[in-house]
Design a protein around this ligand. Structure first.
Ligand code: TYM
Length: 337
C-alpha cells in the first residue's frame, strides 16, 4: 500500500520595509537580499510597511510613488510572488486593528525606552505624534498576525523584535496559546551596514547623500560615493570594526555581496592599498545592482502585473491575519460576529 505522507508545514517568515524613499545598500544587504534566499525553504510574507511611514509627514503623491517603487524593487530583487506573499500593509486592515488591541497590553514605560523613539523624536521635534510612540506595537502586530517563526531584519530592529516577543508572551500568559513567539534572523555579515561618511552610524537614507548608496544609484554615483568614503590613516586592510570601522565596513559589503568568507576577502587585499579596496567594493556593488535596476525599469512599466501581485498578496495575507485576529478577540471576550 502506498503511504501518504503528511506534509510538514514550513516555518513562517514575515518581514517588512518602509517606503520612505529608495532603499539603501544597507536595506538590501541587511534585509531584501535575505528575503529572496529564504523564499524556498520557508512560507514567506513580505510587506511594504506603509502604515508605519506616516509617523513622519509624507507628501501624498510622493508617498504613493515611493510605495509602488518599493514593491517594484522587491520584485526586481528577485522575489517570486508565486512563492512569497507580497503586499501593502495598509491593504490588510487587521494590522491596524491588532495594533489597537495590543496597545492595551503594552506599557508606556516599555515604549519610552525604545531608542528609535528617542532618536526620531529628537529629529522631528515638531511632530512627536502618538504613532511614533506606539510604532513598535504596530510592528509587533505585523509579526504576530501571521504567527511568524522567523523575522529577517537588520540589527537595528533587535529592540523592536524583543518588545514583540514580550508582548506576545504577556498575551499568551493571560489567554493561553494565542501567538507564536518569533525569533530574529540576521545575516552573518552585513546585518549592520555603516554610513560611508561616519562609520560609527548605520547607513541610513535620511542622512546626507554621500553617506549611503541607494539601490538605484548609477555606476558613476556609486564610484563617486565610495571614492569619498571615510577610511583611516593606518594604511592596512584588516577586519577590525573597532579600530578601523570605515575599512571594515567596506570589507563587510564585499563579503556580503560576494558570499566569500571575511578571511578570504581580507587575504585578497594583501599588499594592496585603500584605492584597491574602494575599486573592488565599487565593482561588486555595481555588478550586484545592475540586474536589479534593469529588472526594476522593466517591472515598473507593467502596472497591471504589479496590481495583480499586490491584490492577490493582500487577499492571501488577509485570510491568515483574520484567523489570528478572531482568535485573540474571542479569547479577550468580544461577542462573536
Ligand atoms: P526599515 O524600512 O527602516 O528597513 C528595512 C530593513 O532594512 C534593514 N536595514 C539595515 N540592515 C543593515 N544595515 C543597515 N544600515 C540597515 N538599514 C536598514 C532593517 O533592519 C530592516 O530589516 N520597522 C521596520 C519595518 C517593519 C518591519 C515590520 C520589519 C514594519 N513592520 C515587521 C519586520 C517585521 C523598518 O522601519 O525597517
Amino acid at each position: 500500500m502506498e503511504q501518504t505522507q503528511t506534509p510538514v508545514r514550513k516555518q513562517r517568515i514575515l518581514s517588512g520595509i518602509q517606503p520612505t524613499g529608495t532603499p539603501t545598500l544597507g536595506n538590501y544587504i541587511g534585509a531584501m537580499r535575505n528575503w529572496k534566499l529564504l523564499e524556498d525553504e520557508y512560507d514567506c510574507l513580505y510587506m511594504v510597511a506603509d502604515l508605519h511611514t506616516i509617523t513622519v509627514r509624507q507628501e501624498p503623491a510622493k508617498f504613493r510613488q515611493n510605495a509602488m517603487q518599493m514593491l517594484g524593487l522587491l520584485l526586481a530583487s528577485g522575489l517570486d510572488p508565486k512563492k512569497s506573499v507580497l503586499f501593502f500593509q495598509s491593504h490588510v486592515h487587521q494590522h491596524a486593528e491588532l495594533a489597537w488591541l495590543l496597545d492595551c497590553y503594552t506599557y508606556m514605560g516599555e515604549m519610552s525606552r525604545m531608542t528609535q523613539f528617542k532618536d526620531k523624536s529628537a529629529k522631528h521635534a515638531d511632530n512627536i505624534n502618538c504613532g511614533l510612540f506606539t510604532y513598535p506595537v504596530l510592528m509587533a502586530g505585523d509579526i504576530l498576525l501571521y504567527q511568524a517563526n522567523l523575522v529577517p531584519v537588520g540589527k537595528d530592529q533587535t529592540q523592536h523584535l524583543e518588545i514583540c516577543r514580550d508582548i506576545a508572551q504577556r498575551v499568551n500568559g493571560l489567554y493561553g496559546n494565542v501567538f507564536t513567539i518569533p525569533e530574529g534572523y540576521y545575516s552573518k555579515v552585513g546585518a549592520r551596514v555603516q554610513s560611508l561618511q561616519d562609520p560609527a552610524r548605520k547607513m541610513s537614507k535620511s542622512d546626507a547623500e554621500d553617506s549611503f548608496i541607494s539601490v538605484l544609484d548609477t555606476p558613476d554615483v556609486i564610484r563617486r560615493k565610495y571614492r569619498r568614503a571615510v577610511t583611516d590613516s593606518l594604511a592596512s586592510i584588516r577586519f577590525d570594526p573597532e579600530n578601523q570601522p570605515g575599512v571594515s565596513n567596506l570589507l563587510s559589503i564585499i563579503s556580503a555581496l560576494t558570499g566569500e568568507d571575511m578571511e578570504k576577502v581580507v587575504a585578497s587585499f594583501e599588499g594592496k592599498g585603500y584605492g584597491d579596496l574602494k575599486a573592488a567594493v565599487t565593482d561588486v556593488t555595481i555588478e550586484t545592482l545592475a540586474p536589479i535596476q534593469a529588472e526594476f525599469a522593466r517591472v515598473m512599466k507593467d502596472k497591471k502585473y504589479m496590481e495583480e501581485v499586490y491584490r492577490e498578496g493582500a487577499q492571501r495575507a488577509g485570510a491568515i491575519a483574520e484567523r489570528t485576529l478572531q482568535k485573540l478577540m474571542k479569547k479577550i471576550g468580544y461577542v462573536a460576529k
